[in-house]
Design a binder for this molecule. Structure first.
Ligand SMILES: NC(=O)c1ccc[n+]([C@@H]2O[C@H](COP(=O)([O-])OP(=O)(O)OC[C@H]3O[C@@H](n4cnc5c(N)ncnc54)[C@H](O)[C@@H]3O)[C@@H](O)[C@H]2O)c1
Ligand SMILES: [Fe+2]
Length: 383
């Protein structure tokens, strides 16, 4: 077995990390930035924090701030045109997963124009050239797009989200600065934190997991068990740990893959517009339950991370139940919805949701191979 691991060239962590953007740009010979972001981050002053750094170093920039949550194909295509008009030679993806993913799509298409339709990038696309260099600057603590080789796009016409997996899109430098995640409202901290927890748990039980990915993802599960609830209540130190936790499991899941929670969350986003982390939070404990007989001894580690006393000594089936219960309890405590009916799903949506989930690129990473009927029943159990 040969394992491939792809990481950023360089990454900075800590309050004030964005100050390093200018040094990195200048040392790489870049002359103009194209900042991909969204209107909320312009409004709340986050974009100014980054442009202040560029201004101080005399680095010019253009701002593209049109990105919508669950970004559509058109956001990328429009961005490609703006990038070409700007004369920039590097990209800054500044935001949650939506601006950062849009930034990756722009960088890939500028370097590989034969994929200008965007849709042909679905799955593992055969691009030949690395993206225009990207600096990844997260403002949420969940997707870890700043260190992954993935981006997620919404095919609006067909009401579906698809994942593009492409080593050519990885940001060359990441700047994980908790000063930028402090401003997240409570609900966004909950949703993105549950996304990070889902990345960690799915990447621990996927068949591709191995010692290095386990080291990263298990550490993340411990960090999230200890810090997510505190962060949501406004504890800034806990928020800082959540920013790092998101990144650390990103290094893992980006390389070993995810599973059925993501496979089933994507159609909820594509068809019903449900926020990605909220969808994951609804699905995580039920899918853990579905997978428990296919998880070997891994749920012992997960239970231990959540403080279950007999995690390594108790009967395996009992400990598996305790791991699922701990995740379900955290989700309830955080106030995330627990039913898909709470986020707008109706019985008539279920066949199309199950169809898309069965064909999602993340689904084969699940340790238990689910049929379309089983996926349908899982969704139905959450009505
Ligand atoms: N690339 C990957 O590897 C990967 C992995 C998981 C999910 N995703 C995708 O990422 C997207 C979700 O990203 P997300 O959950 O980070 O949210 P997001 O980027 O969609 O942002 C959600 C909302 O929060 C606002 N926001 C972001 N940061 C803020 C801050 N610091 N303060 C106040 N408001 C802030 C945004 O302006 C936006 O309105 C989905 O499309 C999902 O499928 C990508
Ligand atoms: Fe995710």
């Amino acid at each position: 077995m040969v394992y491939r691991m792809i990481f950023n060239q360089t990454a900075y962590f800590g309050r004030g990390a964005i100050q390093k953007i200018a040094d990195e740009a200048l040392s790489r010979g870049f002359t103009k930035a194209f900042i991909v972001t969204d209107p909320v981050l312009v409004e709340n002053g986050t974009v100014n924090r980054v442009t202040d750094v560029l201004d101080a170093a005399g680095i010019p920039y253009t701002i593209y701030d049109d990105v919508q949550p669950n970004p559509p194909v058109e956001n990328i295509q429009h961005g490609v045109e703006e990038f070409k008009a700007s004369g920039a030679d590097f990209l800054i993806g500044l935001g949650g997963g939506s601006p950062q993913d849009t930034c990756k799509g722009i960088g890939i298409i500028v370097a590989n124009p034969e994929f200008a339709d965007v849709l042909s990038l679905e799955g593992v696309a055969d691009t030949k050239h690395p993206s225009v260099p990207i600096f990844g600057v997260p403002t949420t603590a969940g997707t870890a797009s700043e260190t992954t080789i993935n981006y997620v796009v919404t095919d609006t016409a067909n009401k579906r989200k698809f994942v593009a997996v492409d080593p050519h899109d990885i940001p060359v430098v990441a700047f994980v600065d908790p000063d930028l995640t402090d401003s997240m409202p409570r609900s966004l901290k909950v949703a993105t934190g549950l996304d990070a927890l889902t990345h960690a748990i799915e990447s621990v039980i996927t068949p591709g997991a191995w010692s290095l990915s386990d080291a990263l993802s298990m550490q993340t599960i411990r960090m999230i068990a200890q810090n997510l609830a505190k962060s949501v209540e406004g504890d800034k130190d806990a928020g800082e740990q959540m920013a790092y936790a998101s990144y650390i499991t990103g290094m893992s899941y980006s390389n070993v893959g995810l599973g059925l929670v993501h496979g089933m969350a994507h159609p909820l986003g594509g068809q019903l517009g449900v926020a990605h982390g909220v969808a994951n939070g609804i699905l995580l404990a039920p899918v853990m339950e579905f997978n428990k007989d296919y998880s070997g001894e891994k749920y012992r580690d997960i239970a231990d991370a959540f403080g279950v006393a007999d995690a390594y000594t108790g009967d395996l089936e009992h400990v598996r139940d305790e791991a699922v219960a701990a995740v379900a309890q955290l989700t309830r405590n955080l106030g995330n919805p627990t039913k898909i009916s709470e986020v707008g799903a109706t019985e008539s949506d279920l066949p199309a949701l199950a169809h898309d989930a069965f064909h999602d690129v993340c689904t084969p990473g699940n340790p238990r191979q689910a049929t379309e009927e089983e996926i349908f029943e899982l969704y139905k159990s959450l009505m």
